[in-house]
Design a protein around this ligand. Sequence first.
Ligand code: CA
Length: 360
Amino acid sequence: MKKTKKITQFLCLGLITGGFYACDFTEDQIPLIEDDAKVLFATVSPKSNFIFFDDFNSGNSPLSMAHSHELGGNHSLTSVTKPNYPNEKAARFELRDNDPLVKGSIRAEVTIVKGDEGHIEKDTWYGFDLFVPEDYADEDDTESINQWFHDGPAALINIRNGKLFWRFYINGNKTDIQLGALKKGQWSNFVIHMVHSYESDGVTELWLDGKKLIDERGRNINSSGGIPKWKIGIYKWEWADSKTTVSKRVLLFDNVRVGDSKTTYEDMAYDFSSGNAENNDQTANPGGDSSDNDDSSDEGTSNGDSSEENDEENNGGTSNGDDDDENDGGTSNRDDVDQISEEVEEDRSRRRGNRRNRRR
Ligand SMILES: [Ca+2]
């Protein structure tokens, strides 16, 4: 068994500083926090089973209450005016192909909650709103925007060729499930429910803008006895040792939320920006602060099967300001790290070979 110490006290303490909400209050007892960081539920419907919530509307330190940040520069994560909602703010992730390596790769990611530190339990809900800028150029190379990582990235949400994919990556076997085309210039509402399990009782459900696109049962983590961590942001492993047709990626997130087992779909799908339930179906209006000017070949829609790319984290590099501890838990974790690093190296060798072949 991995360590799974309970940290309810931590979560309640976190409430005081504005980020976490896990104490056992009824709705009319919800304490409103009015410090300079965030105002929890002051203008939205209280969700008593939320563990984490950040609407970014107050302060300029996005996700400051999250577990840890993996960012390459000051541009990597900023607070911006929310496109289509001029009175609100959102979190802007920017990844550049010349960013410094963070944990051995090119990433701008934030670990929101970490199962092995007791933030979440087996049955957990996740949600976020995503804005893809109009000029987000399509290319035949993958970036990840979500990872459920435990002994490797067991599940991911990826973007490739202008489409969204869910990927299971269990014990080395990749399974991609297409979630449809990117909706550029508008906000999309993601809700994910997972019962994290190495056994048959695992549950993986995903709704995108109110439509249920994944309803799977069975194993969804890489080893027994653990709960993953959840990361959001942009992770583009190809850039660790080569270029692609774009040099910069920008994505905006809002209303990042995590709910415990008592949470309902309706709680998670709530439109926290307008106060209306579920979908936020606005017209395209990129506006705002996204400023990427990716130019790419934008060639077509080949899709589907996973290619040679690899998603593993490489726990060898520099990490700014977090205390991630995949490698602090003794020999079993150490073995995991070594194994992951080997897989990364194998994959890079394969990619180098493919590039050589393409040049021929
Ligand atoms: Ca917001």
